[in-house]
Ligand binder design. Structure first.
Ligand code: NGQ
Ligand code: ZN
Length: 461
């Protein structure tokens, strides 16, 4: 059975179109998009301009549980590394039901903020003592269940984490819940594949970083992945901190991106998360590989990583998408705003993400981030086109920042002028309305579950 919805304006991969009819199949795949037509009798009329749902290409769901709780001075010079110690203390305690409660609320928030799918970079595998659960996939299942309940598309990326630094250094005590052998990881992937397929989730692999794997375990895990699930997405944290770059040079004589490009078959399957610190040559080569740059502007700002050079990346026609990573902020529009602003601050210019083909910054950035995010997710979520999932956001035309504007300016106001308030009215995922009037049906229940889990986890800190 075909389902339909009609809107006055929709952002298609080719740009804005008017009077658009969207048609999708029972499985949620778009079958036809027709512009310049009237709404058929009885067809659902969407109450505002429609933009594609945003894939969130990088998430550590459990970190939502302590967002806002690391903003105090704990030592003379706080840094990414001292933040990470606090994060490990939180990670050490979390139980499966708490992870599920936190993730369920997070995914509700994501949907309400315009994200329709999420890539979970998931490294919390074992129990708090560091022993495998009776079901080794217990925590992965908690994330899959949370995604199913909230109704968000999922790419699950179990993380291979074996070492604490370059050169195969032994993992630390704080990393005990993350660590497993390459063989155990491959068995985990085998178990998870049918579970993912049963809910239309994609399964991939995330070697955590070049710090956490060795050249051998990287090579063997990628070969094993290819045997289990060819074409699966591969995500890695690549060059987020200058200390990491220095350590990589000390270990190998090469910078991390350069090392990876030399050692691994980097291509369209790869997402290079936090490729913040690259030389011009590295950026050009990485962009040409077809890999997606995974940009997480609010987390990278929160952690003091540095500023990604988007102009340089685009010179190589590099693809990119956005992620909310540590979830200090869960808002697709705000990530895009901060990305553009970081570029303006660094270059002292304006309207960096726009170009001749698409002079509107908000429109250009939504289209680029949806395309890149879909590639990184390895799922058909690349916008409003036949064969893609019916994942879309209806902007709130009643919001004061948007009211009375034309659709393209409404999107611009949504990104740049809605003052951190949400101008999202409805969110549809796989053809189902998950958010109506700005609220997800699970909003209150999921919020209560989240606050209970967080209270239990923070009361002894
Ligand atoms: C993570 N987080 O895996 O959670 C990392 C930090 C690390 C971010 N980069 C840990 N946001 O890189 O060792
Ligand atoms: Zn991360």
């Amino acid at each position: 059975m075909i389902k339909q919805a009609w809107t006055e304006a929709a952002l298609l991969p080719t740009g804005w179109a008017k009077r658009v009819l969207l048609e999708w199949q029972a499985d949620g795949a778009l079958a036809r998009i027709q512009a310049d037509c009237d709404a058929p009798d009885g067809c659902t009329v969407l109450p505002g301009p429609v933009i594609p749902g945003m894939p969130n290409l990088h998430s550590h769901a459990f970190q939502r549980g302590f967002a806002g709780l690391t903003e105090f001075r704990a030592q003379d010079a706080d840094s990414f590394w001292s933040w990470r110690d606090l994060m490990y203390r939180f990670a050490a305690r979390i139980q499966p039901q708490q992870l599920e409660a936190i993730a369920t609320w997070l995914y509700v928030e994501m949907l309400e903020a315009g994200y329709t799918s999420v890539c979970e970079f998931h490294y919390l595998h074992h129990d708090p003592a560091g022993r495998p659960y009776a079901e080794p996939q217990a925590l992965s299942q908690a994330l899959l269940r949370a995604a199913r309940r909230a109704g968000i598309g999922m790419t699950l990326l179990p993380v291979l984490y074996q070492h604490s630094n370059f050169g195969g250094r032994a993992p630390t005590e704080g990393q005990r819940r993350f660590v497993q052998s390459t063989d155990d990881m491959l068995r985990l992937l085998e178990r998870l594949l049918p579970e993912c397929q049963a809910q239309d989730a994609q399964l991939g692999l995330a070697p955590h970083s070049l710090r956490a794997v060795t050249p051998t375990s990287l090579r063997e895990s990628l070969a094993g992945l290819d045997a289990i699930h060819p074409a699966a997405p591969i995500h890695i944290h690549i060059a987020e901190q200058t200390k990491e770059v220095d350590d990589c040079i000390a270990w190998s004589g090469r910078r991390p991106v350069q090392w990876l490009l030399d050692a691994a078959p980097v291509n369209e399957r790869w997402c290079l998360v936090h490729a913040t610190h690259m030389t011009g040559d590295e950026a050009l080569a990485a962009a040409r590989s077809g890999a997606v740059a995974g940009l997480c502007p609010t987390t990278e700002a929160n952690l003091g990583d540095g500023i990604f050079d988007l102009a340089q990346w685009r010179q190589g026609e590099g693809r990119w998408g956005i992620g909310s990573d540590s979830h200090a902020c869960v808002n697709a529009a705000e990530e895009l705003m901060l990305l553009e602003y970081s570029q303006r601050l660094a270059t002292r210019q304006r309207n960096i993400i726009a170009d001749e083909a698409q002079p509107q910054v908000a429109t250009a950035s939504v289209l680029a981030a949806v395309a890149g995010g879909a590639q990184a997710a390895g799922r058909p979520v690349a916008g409003l086109a036949p064969g893609q999932s019916a994942d879309f956001v209806v902007l709130d035309a009643r919001h004061v920042a948007l009211s009375g504007l034309d659709p393209q300016d409404m999107l611009s106001a949504h990104v740049f002028a809605s003052a951190r308030s949400s101008a999202v009215r409805q969110v549809w995922q796989a053809g189902n309305c998950r958010v109506d009037d700005g609220r997800h049906a699970l909003h209150d229940d999921a919020a209560a579950g989240f606050t209970a889990a967080r209270s239990a986890l923070t009361q002894f800190q």
